[in-house]
Design a protein around this ligand. Structure first.
Ligand SMILES: [Zn+2]
Length: 282
Protein backbone atom coordinates (compact mmCIF):
# COMPACT_ATOMS: atom_id res chain seq x y z
CA UNK A 1 0.00 0.00 0.00
CA UNK A 2 1.15 3.54 -0.79
CA UNK A 3 1.38 6.18 1.89
CA UNK A 4 2.89 9.54 0.98
CA UNK A 5 6.27 8.87 -0.62
CA UNK A 6 6.40 5.37 0.86
CA UNK A 7 5.33 1.95 -0.25
CA UNK A 8 4.48 0.26 3.05
CA UNK A 9 4.42 -3.51 3.63
CA UNK A 10 4.61 -5.94 6.54
CA UNK A 11 7.42 -8.45 7.09
CA UNK A 12 6.77 -11.72 8.93
CA UNK A 13 9.68 -12.90 11.06
CA UNK A 14 8.39 -16.11 12.63
CA UNK A 15 6.40 -16.74 15.79
CA UNK A 16 7.14 -17.29 19.46
CA UNK A 17 5.21 -18.06 22.62
CA UNK A 18 4.79 -16.13 25.85
CA UNK A 19 2.86 -16.97 28.98
CA UNK A 20 -0.76 -16.01 28.39
CA UNK A 21 -1.21 -14.87 31.99
CA UNK A 22 1.72 -12.46 31.71
CA UNK A 23 0.38 -11.21 28.37
CA UNK A 24 -3.01 -10.29 29.82
CA UNK A 25 -2.18 -9.14 33.34
CA UNK A 26 -5.25 -9.18 35.56
CA UNK A 27 -7.64 -10.49 32.90
CA UNK A 28 -8.92 -14.01 33.75
CA UNK A 29 -7.89 -16.83 31.43
CA UNK A 30 -11.44 -17.75 30.35
CA UNK A 31 -11.66 -14.31 28.75
CA UNK A 32 -8.30 -14.14 26.95
CA UNK A 33 -8.12 -17.85 26.04
CA UNK A 34 -11.16 -17.53 23.78
CA UNK A 35 -9.15 -15.59 21.22
CA UNK A 36 -5.65 -16.74 22.27
CA UNK A 37 -5.64 -20.48 23.00
CA UNK A 38 -2.79 -21.54 25.29
CA UNK A 39 -0.53 -24.56 24.84
CA UNK A 40 0.26 -27.12 27.58
CA UNK A 41 2.72 -24.66 29.15
CA UNK A 42 0.17 -21.83 29.08
CA UNK A 43 1.93 -20.01 26.22
CA UNK A 44 0.02 -18.19 23.51
CA UNK A 45 1.26 -17.75 19.95
CA UNK A 46 2.63 -14.36 19.02
CA UNK A 47 3.78 -13.03 15.67
CA UNK A 48 6.65 -10.61 15.22
CA UNK A 49 5.40 -8.33 12.48
CA UNK A 50 7.89 -5.76 11.22
CA UNK A 51 7.31 -3.05 8.64
CA UNK A 52 9.14 -2.23 5.43
CA UNK A 53 8.83 1.29 4.06
CA UNK A 54 10.37 2.10 0.70
CA UNK A 55 10.74 5.47 -1.01
CA UNK A 56 13.03 6.52 -3.89
CA UNK A 57 15.83 7.24 -1.44
CA UNK A 58 15.13 5.09 1.63
CA UNK A 59 14.44 1.52 2.64
CA UNK A 60 13.31 1.48 6.27
CA UNK A 61 12.62 -1.47 8.56
CA UNK A 62 10.55 -0.97 11.71
CA UNK A 63 11.57 -3.40 14.47
CA UNK A 64 13.50 -6.57 13.70
CA UNK A 65 11.66 -9.43 15.43
CA UNK A 66 13.18 -12.00 17.76
CA UNK A 67 16.12 -12.79 15.48
CA UNK A 68 18.23 -15.93 15.28
CA UNK A 69 21.22 -17.49 17.06
CA UNK A 70 19.30 -18.26 20.27
CA UNK A 71 20.42 -21.32 22.18
CA UNK A 72 18.25 -24.38 22.66
CA UNK A 73 17.13 -23.42 26.16
CA UNK A 74 15.95 -19.96 25.09
CA UNK A 75 14.27 -21.30 21.91
CA UNK A 76 12.40 -23.87 23.96
CA UNK A 77 11.23 -21.49 26.71
CA UNK A 78 9.95 -18.98 24.18
CA UNK A 79 8.90 -21.58 21.57
CA UNK A 80 10.74 -19.71 18.83
CA UNK A 81 9.50 -20.92 15.45
CA UNK A 82 11.20 -19.57 12.36
CA UNK A 83 10.65 -22.58 10.12
CA UNK A 84 8.54 -20.46 7.76
CA UNK A 85 9.79 -16.92 8.16
CA UNK A 86 12.80 -14.96 9.25
CA UNK A 87 13.44 -11.29 8.68
CA UNK A 88 16.18 -12.12 6.15
CA UNK A 89 13.92 -14.54 4.28
CA UNK A 90 11.02 -12.06 4.17
CA UNK A 91 13.34 -9.41 2.78
CA UNK A 92 14.95 -11.65 0.21
CA UNK A 93 11.50 -12.76 -0.99
CA UNK A 94 10.97 -9.10 -1.83
CA UNK A 95 14.33 -8.99 -3.59
CA UNK A 96 15.98 -6.81 -0.96
CA UNK A 97 19.51 -7.27 0.37
CA UNK A 98 20.37 -6.39 3.97
CA UNK A 99 22.93 -3.90 2.63
CA UNK A 100 20.16 -1.86 0.94
CA UNK A 101 18.40 -1.01 4.23
CA UNK A 102 19.06 2.66 5.03
CA UNK A 103 17.29 2.92 8.39
CA UNK A 104 16.10 0.62 11.15
CA UNK A 105 13.61 2.15 13.57
CA UNK A 106 13.33 0.31 16.89
CA UNK A 107 10.25 0.85 19.03
CA UNK A 108 12.22 -0.42 22.04
CA UNK A 109 15.00 -2.83 22.88
CA UNK A 110 13.16 -5.86 24.29
CA UNK A 111 14.60 -8.99 22.67
CA UNK A 112 11.49 -9.71 20.60
CA UNK A 113 11.80 -6.32 18.89
CA UNK A 114 15.53 -5.97 18.47
CA UNK A 115 16.78 -9.57 18.17
CA UNK A 116 17.17 -9.30 14.41
CA UNK A 117 19.15 -6.04 14.60
CA UNK A 118 22.45 -7.85 14.91
CA UNK A 119 23.97 -11.00 13.45
CA UNK A 120 26.69 -13.32 14.62
CA UNK A 121 29.94 -13.00 12.70
CA UNK A 122 33.13 -14.72 13.92
CA UNK A 123 31.58 -15.19 17.37
CA UNK A 124 30.71 -11.50 17.65
CA UNK A 125 27.39 -9.72 17.25
CA UNK A 126 27.58 -7.01 14.57
CA UNK A 127 24.87 -4.87 12.91
CA UNK A 128 22.72 -7.08 10.64
CA UNK A 129 22.06 -4.19 8.28
CA UNK A 130 25.54 -3.09 7.43
CA UNK A 131 24.71 0.32 5.94
CA UNK A 132 21.77 1.31 8.12
CA UNK A 133 21.35 3.91 10.78
CA UNK A 134 19.35 2.57 13.76
CA UNK A 135 16.96 4.89 15.60
CA UNK A 136 15.92 4.49 19.23
CA UNK A 137 14.86 6.91 21.99
CA UNK A 138 17.86 7.99 24.07
CA UNK A 139 15.99 7.62 27.38
CA UNK A 140 15.01 4.10 26.44
CA UNK A 141 18.57 3.10 25.55
CA UNK A 142 19.76 4.43 28.91
CA UNK A 143 17.10 2.37 30.69
CA UNK A 144 17.87 -0.76 28.63
CA UNK A 145 21.52 -0.61 29.65
CA UNK A 146 20.53 -0.51 33.34
CA UNK A 147 17.07 -2.04 33.74
CA UNK A 148 15.50 -3.12 37.01
CA UNK A 149 15.58 -6.69 38.31
CA UNK A 150 11.94 -6.99 37.26
CA UNK A 151 12.48 -6.33 33.54
CA UNK A 152 16.10 -7.33 33.08
CA UNK A 153 15.21 -10.62 31.35
CA UNK A 154 13.55 -8.66 28.52
CA UNK A 155 16.83 -7.00 27.53
CA UNK A 156 19.55 -9.12 25.96
CA UNK A 157 22.30 -6.55 25.89
CA UNK A 158 24.63 -8.26 23.43
CA UNK A 159 21.85 -8.01 20.81
CA UNK A 160 21.85 -4.20 20.79
CA UNK A 161 24.94 -2.87 22.54
CA UNK A 162 27.08 -3.63 19.44
CA UNK A 163 24.96 -1.06 17.56
CA UNK A 164 26.14 1.63 19.97
CA UNK A 165 29.70 0.34 19.90
CA UNK A 166 29.71 0.48 16.08
CA UNK A 167 28.37 4.04 16.16
CA UNK A 168 25.28 3.25 14.08
CA UNK A 169 22.69 4.18 16.72
CA UNK A 170 20.91 7.48 16.35
CA UNK A 171 19.56 8.52 19.73
CA UNK A 172 16.23 10.29 19.36
CA UNK A 173 15.68 12.77 22.16
CA UNK A 174 14.02 16.00 21.09
CA UNK A 175 12.96 15.82 17.46
CA UNK A 176 10.26 13.18 17.01
CA UNK A 177 9.29 14.09 13.45
CA UNK A 178 11.38 11.68 11.35
CA UNK A 179 10.08 13.07 8.05
CA UNK A 180 6.81 14.22 6.46
CA UNK A 181 5.12 10.85 6.94
CA UNK A 182 6.74 9.34 10.05
CA UNK A 183 6.37 10.67 13.59
CA UNK A 184 7.74 8.98 16.70
CA UNK A 185 5.44 9.02 19.74
CA UNK A 186 7.27 8.18 23.00
CA UNK A 187 5.18 6.41 25.66
CA UNK A 188 6.11 5.14 29.11
CA UNK A 189 3.68 2.51 30.41
CA UNK A 190 5.19 -0.68 28.99
CA UNK A 191 8.77 0.48 29.47
CA UNK A 192 10.42 3.90 29.56
CA UNK A 193 10.42 5.82 26.25
CA UNK A 194 9.12 3.15 23.93
CA UNK A 195 8.42 4.90 20.60
CA UNK A 196 5.29 4.22 18.57
CA UNK A 197 5.21 5.26 14.92
CA UNK A 198 2.45 7.36 13.46
CA UNK A 199 2.70 6.97 9.69
CA UNK A 200 0.39 9.20 7.73
CA UNK A 201 -0.37 11.14 4.59
CA UNK A 202 -3.32 13.40 3.82
CA UNK A 203 -5.75 10.49 3.52
CA UNK A 204 -4.55 7.64 5.78
CA UNK A 205 -2.98 7.20 9.22
CA UNK A 206 -1.44 4.05 10.66
CA UNK A 207 -0.29 3.72 14.25
CA UNK A 208 2.38 1.05 14.72
CA UNK A 209 1.87 0.79 18.43
CA UNK A 210 4.59 -1.68 19.49
CA UNK A 211 3.81 -3.12 22.89
CA UNK A 212 1.14 -0.59 23.88
CA UNK A 213 -1.32 -3.10 22.37
CA UNK A 214 0.66 -6.13 21.20
CA UNK A 215 -2.37 -7.96 19.74
CA UNK A 216 -5.89 -7.05 18.67
CA UNK A 217 -7.11 -8.72 21.90
CA UNK A 218 -5.41 -5.91 23.86
CA UNK A 219 -7.69 -3.12 22.62
CA UNK A 220 -10.05 -3.08 25.65
CA UNK A 221 -8.48 -0.65 28.12
CA UNK A 222 -8.07 -3.05 31.12
CA UNK A 223 -6.24 -5.61 28.95
CA UNK A 224 -2.76 -4.51 30.05
CA UNK A 225 0.24 -6.82 30.05
CA UNK A 226 1.70 -8.07 33.34
CA UNK A 227 5.10 -7.11 31.91
CA UNK A 228 4.28 -3.38 31.92
CA UNK A 229 6.37 -1.32 34.34
CA UNK A 230 3.67 1.32 34.83
CA UNK A 231 0.26 -0.26 34.11
CA UNK A 232 -1.77 2.83 35.03
CA UNK A 233 0.31 4.86 32.59
CA UNK A 234 -0.50 2.24 29.94
CA UNK A 235 -4.20 2.70 30.77
CA UNK A 236 -3.94 6.46 30.24
CA UNK A 237 -1.93 6.05 27.04
CA UNK A 238 -4.39 3.54 25.62
CA UNK A 239 -7.30 5.90 26.30
CA UNK A 240 -5.47 8.79 24.65
CA UNK A 241 -4.43 6.97 21.47
CA UNK A 242 -7.54 4.80 21.10
CA UNK A 243 -9.56 8.02 21.38
CA UNK A 244 -7.51 9.58 18.59
CA UNK A 245 -7.86 6.42 16.51
CA UNK A 246 -11.66 6.70 16.78
CA UNK A 247 -11.80 10.47 16.17
CA UNK A 248 -9.37 10.50 13.26
CA UNK A 249 -10.07 7.06 11.79
CA UNK A 250 -6.56 5.69 12.32
CA UNK A 251 -5.70 2.06 11.69
CA UNK A 252 -3.77 0.41 14.52
CA UNK A 253 -1.09 -2.07 13.42
CA UNK A 254 -0.57 -4.97 15.87
CA UNK A 255 3.03 -6.13 15.99
CA UNK A 256 2.43 -9.43 17.79
CA UNK A 257 -1.01 -10.51 16.60
CA UNK A 258 -0.56 -13.82 14.77
CA UNK A 259 -3.36 -13.05 12.32
CA UNK A 260 -4.84 -9.58 12.46
CA UNK A 261 -2.50 -7.03 10.91
CA UNK A 262 -4.46 -3.88 11.62
CA UNK A 263 -7.85 -2.59 12.66
CA UNK A 264 -9.96 0.49 13.07
CA UNK A 265 -11.40 1.23 16.52
CA UNK A 266 -14.88 2.04 17.74
CA UNK A 267 -16.16 3.35 21.04
CA UNK A 268 -19.25 1.64 22.41
CA UNK A 269 -21.01 2.04 25.77
CA UNK A 270 -18.69 -0.74 27.02
CA UNK A 271 -15.55 1.12 26.00
CA UNK A 272 -13.08 0.84 23.13
CA UNK A 273 -13.34 -2.15 20.84
CA UNK A 274 -12.19 -3.38 17.45
CA UNK A 275 -14.20 -2.08 14.52
CA UNK A 276 -12.97 -3.32 11.14
CA UNK A 277 -10.22 -5.96 11.21
CA UNK A 278 -7.79 -6.59 8.38
CA UNK A 279 -5.37 -9.43 7.64
CA UNK A 280 -3.25 -7.21 5.40
CA UNK A 281 -2.29 -3.55 5.26
CA UNK A 282 -5.11 -1.68 3.54
ZN1 LIG B 1 8.24 -5.00 24.97
Amino acid sequence: MKLGKYKIETLQTGTFGLDGGAMFGIVPKPLWARTNPADEKNRITLGARCLLLQSDSKKIIVDTGIGQYWDEKFSKIYRVNQSENTLEKSLSEKGIQTSEITDVILTHLHFDHTGGSTKLENDKFVPAFENAKYHVQLKHFDWAMQPSERDRASFVVNRFEPLAQQGVLNFVSLENQFDDEIEFIPINGHTFSQQMLKISDSSNTFLYCGDLMPTSSHVPVPYVMGYDLQPLVTVAEKKEYLGKAVDENWKIIFEHDPEIVCATIQKTERGFDLNEKFTELV
